[in-house]
Design a protein around this ligand. Structure first.
Ligand code: SIN
Ligand code: MN
Length: 263
């Protein structure tokens, strides 16, 4: 899957591009089933919400689940990122965010590259996210919010928030968010399961809690140009990976004939 010139220009200008319905219902169904089996596992990679029960995020599933091993090499995800970053990429981080019905908590305003730079000493923002919706994302179930053009201001001041949620994050203060929103506005990409979003490592984003009865599972591949690999190994290897091998994409039909998940 290659991005068109219009999509490339839109990414440069706004910091993201939304690609509706790039994965089929059958592909998404098997990934969703595997995600829920992973959320039910008791392992350190599955981080819980503050209630200590609801899954918040599952890290590194590409290292212990066959469906996600394949998704981590899927050409519809790897190729557009290689196109945008201009060369081979490795997996810096891989996570499945649950944002569960009723209990899925907020993700505070942040830039991902802010964390990658501060915690992992990633040299430059030559890394980005590509996200895949496993459920429909609506105005009700905790959709992502982006501040368009906020990637253009570089890496912003941030404070390490260890209180608000169960997961520590380098977050951006309200005055800065107000200034950025006055300049760039707000968008909230929503759409059916199977939709994909690419967004720049410096794009400011967050998401509110999910008080609806609908889950909102999204998978994030955080991919980095191999030359730009992290220099500090402070965080666990299942959060900030240390395997800088270039990813070789599999065939486009690589999610066909997957075995069912074992809960
Ligand atoms: C993130 O920004 O890392 C997660 C946001 C979300 O899944 O809502
Ligand atoms: Mn983020």
């Amino acid at each position: 899957m290659r991005l068109s010139d219009e999509e490339l220009a839109s990414f440069d200008e706004l910091g993201y591009v939304f690609l509706p319905e790039r994965f089929t219902a059958a592909e998404v169904a098997v990934l969703r089933e595997h995600a829920h089996a992973i959320f039910a596992m008791q392992r350190e990679e599955v981080v819980r919400e503050k209630d200590q029960t609801t899954a918040r995020t599952a890290f590194a599933a590409h290292t212990y689940d066959e469906a996600y091993r394949r998704l981590g090499r899927h050409p519809r995800l790897i190729e557009p990122v290689m196109q945008l970053l201009g060369g081979p990429v490795y997996m810096h981080q891989f996570k499945i965010n649950a944002k569960a019905a009723f209990n899925g908590d907020v993700w505070q305003w942040h830039q991902d590259y802010g964390t990658w730079a501060r915690d992992d000493l990633m040299p430059e923002p030559r890394a980005m996210n590509i996200a895949l919706f496993l459920e429909d994302v609506t105005e009700f179930n905790g959709a992502l919010m982006f501040i368009p053009r906020s990637h253009q201001g570089g890496t912003l001041e941030a404070g390490h928030d260890l209180q608000t949620t169960s997961y520590p994050l380098w977050t951006i203060d309200n005055a800065t968010i107000t200034r950025l929103v006055e300049a760039g506005g707000l968008v909230s990409p929503k759409g059916p399961a199977g939709s994909v979003i690419l967004f720049h490592g410096n794009l400011v984003h967050g998401s509110p809690s999910n008080m609806s009865p609908f889950d909102r599972t999204i998978v994030y591949l955080s991919l980095c140009h191999v030359d730009n690999h992290i220099r500090q190994f402070k965080r666990p290897a299942w959060i900030a990976h240390r395997d800088f091998t270039p990813i070789e994409a599999l065939a486009d039909d690589c999610l066909a004939d997957l075995a069912p998940a074992h809960a």
